[in-house]
Design a binder for this molecule. Sequence first.
Ligand code: SF4
Length: 350
Amino acid sequence: MSDLPDLLSMTREELRDFALSIGEKPYRGDQIFSFLSRGVDYDGMTSLSLTLREKLKTETEFRLPSVLTKKRSRDGLTEKYLLSLIDGECVECVLMRHDYGTSLCISSQVGCRMGCKFCASTLAGKVRDLYPSELLGQIIAVGNDSGERIDKLVMMGIGEPLDNYANTVKFLRILNDKDGIGLGLRNVSLSTCGIVPGIEKLAEEGLPVTLSVSLHAYRDDVRQKIMPVANKYSLDELLRACRFYFDKTGRRVSFEYTLIAGKNDSREDAIGLCRLLKEKMRVTSHVNIIPLNRVEETGFSPPDPASAERFAAILRTEGQNATVRRSMGADVDAACGQLRRSLQNQVKEL
Ligand code: SF4
């Protein structure tokens, strides 16, 4: 990665200052911002002078990821992309076509160091954080390749967004700029495995994103066996931070619960989860139940097909909002990190 200015990681205000710093009028910064947000490369920025375009080409960097490969599910509703970054690393994102619009799930880091036991993304640890340009770049690259407008964004791919806090927050501010991609932050869902200080800090940023917290267990001892982060922050601390997030932002927090056969899928687990959320959140929240996608290396098994609905029914009987997440694109390795991992394995075998 070079030290050249990474223009796509700049806010519009920073680009105006940048324009001034190279002897241009500030409005040139606005023009560049708008071009970059659409993925237009330097040669395509035709309203800029040739001299300025040449200067940008040699003195700055445009870190737009490129499509390495993509896989479409048999039903055509899911498209999984493997994107190549400027330094040759790669990340995944998944485009999902729903009846209410198109959503894109993006990655926040190359690999992940959080160590969740059921997850393919963490098997080789974290390589590096993604820059704002690479977070935006996933939306731009997939949008341009598919020709589809992204209505909703989910930060639930490879990596932990709150472990890449500054870049994530800057990315959200650039994403929201109406002269750029202009996606409303209410259409963004940020998923975390439960980094308490990050949740508390995010609550103060004035960014109305939906917080989606991975619980996966209602007891600390069970959670600690599935997610190492639970050794650092107890459920009590985590749910206090979630309640704080709700109080500060007015945004309902949603909880992810990956159902793993024999680990967290009993009736007792369902009832314990309801009681915990009622007691700690004291406000309506939503639980997404996700039947585990099998990842060979983890040794965990998916629950039997009926048990997710059974689990959800118990939650609803107890007065807890719950839905079972439809497994989209299982035939395209849609579980987080699987496509990147299979590419790494192929490279190893070469
Ligand atoms: S589930 Fe998310 S936070 Fe946990 S290891 Fe995988 S990518 Fe990281």
